[in-house]
Write a protein that binds this ligand. Structure first.
Ligand code: TXA
Ligand code: MG
Length: 310
């Protein structure tokens, strides 16, 4: 308990000094800085090698904090009540009076906001008088980090501090909804969209296709292990790692299981760590078995599809 508080204090000190640090969330680890400080925000882009035109998600503790920066609407309030804190990001209109750095939004009039659930991060946010801008803690276009050692692999000594919150519970990023007009899905993520549609009592417009160009971060190659990957594979070729969703009778050295029983939540959780492991094991190519397009299987297919552009 004592060390938790002292780590939170350390994290706060770095952030108050406009440094960026890695933080745990229930989805993936984030690379966080004071969202009101352009100095801090520019450090995030630099460390992550992220194009400056790709806006960041801002993480809040509660509604009171958010109201200073964004206009709230009915759809947002309905969803907030049920799903926040949790793996859901909302695109809202930015208030003119907001102090959010223009580098967070690339001078856009909208802001992506999220209320993360991880207890350590909530504890930290409660102690800050600014929200945290935080993209996923990985070098741009690569795989997100789900544990401290992933963050170290990504940034090495360049990261000043990592708040260790154990392994991310969900293992994939948040679901992103645009609520500035008719509710639209911009990114499949850790929250199954059928649950969102039930609460809103209508279907979401699906705008995850790159042609919409609403989320610049989702243009083309993304979530990539840095080696070629092919989807919907029936068999694997020699020297290819084979990622499977269900246990096979034969056991081979190059078989990697996302789940033994076709459990899609478990598969989502294991997705990035499995791809990282395959690369570390020295494979130069990956084949992935067909993943059912339902529940979090939609998120897995989305990530694999973008990774396959390598
Ligand atoms: O689970 C998550 O969402 C993690 C954790 C750390 O919270 N964060 C995350 O951030 O995945 P990032 O930066 O890797 O992905 C955010 C996506 C990007 O594709 C970006 O283009 C999009 O959100 N985005 C940010 N602001 C936006 C805006 N105002 N309008 C549309 N898309 C936006
Ligand atoms: Mg990312």
């Amino acid at each position: 308990m004592k060390s938790i508080q002292s780590n939170i204090k350390k994290a706060k000190k770095y952030l108050d000094n406009k440094e960026c640090i890695a933080i745990p969330t229930e989805t993936v680890y984030g690379l966080a800085g004071n969202a009101y400080s352009s100095i801090a925000v520019k450090k995030i882009y630099k460390l992550k090698k992220r194009p400056i035109n790709n806006p960041l998600i801002v993480h809040y503790y509660n509604l009171e904090q958010l109201e200073k920066d964004c206009d709230l609407n009915d759809n947002f309030l309905k969803l907030y009540k049920i799903f926040s804190p949790g793996p859901l990001t909302y695109i809202l209109r930015l208030k003119k009076s907001s102090k959010i750095s223009k580098f967070v939004t690339n001078s856009k009039k909208t802001l992506a906001v999220r209320f993360p659930k991880h207890y350590l991060l909530r504890n930290l946010l409660k102690n800050l008088n600014y929200p945290l801008a935080a993209p996923s803690a990985n070098i741009s276009s690569g795989l997100s980090s789900v544990k401290v050692s992933d963050v170290c692999d990504e940034f090495g000594v360049k990261i000043k501090f990592i708040l260790d919150g154990g392994r991310s519970k969900l293992g994939v990023e948040s679901t992103i909804l645009d609520l500035t007009d008719k509710p639209s899905l911009l990114r499949y993520g850790g929250l199954d969209i059928s649950k969102i549609e039930k609460v809103l009592n209508k279907k979401l417009l699906i705008k995850t296709n790159t042609k919409y160009k609403i989320s610049p971060g989702l243009f083309s190659l993304h979530y990539s292990p840095g080696i070629p990957l092919r989807m919907n594979a029936k068999i694997n070729h020699e020297n290819e790692a084979f990622v499977l969703i269900k246990k096979k009778k034969v056991k081979l050295r190059n078989y990697y299981y996302l789940s033994k029983t076709k459990n899609l939540n478990e598969a989502a959780k294991k997705l990035y760590s499995t791809l990282r492991k395959i690369k570390k094991d020295g494979f130069k190519k990956i084949a992935v078995e067909k993943i059912p397009f339902k529940g979090l299987g939609k998120t897995i297919n989305d990530r694999l599809n973008r990774a396959s552009k390598y």
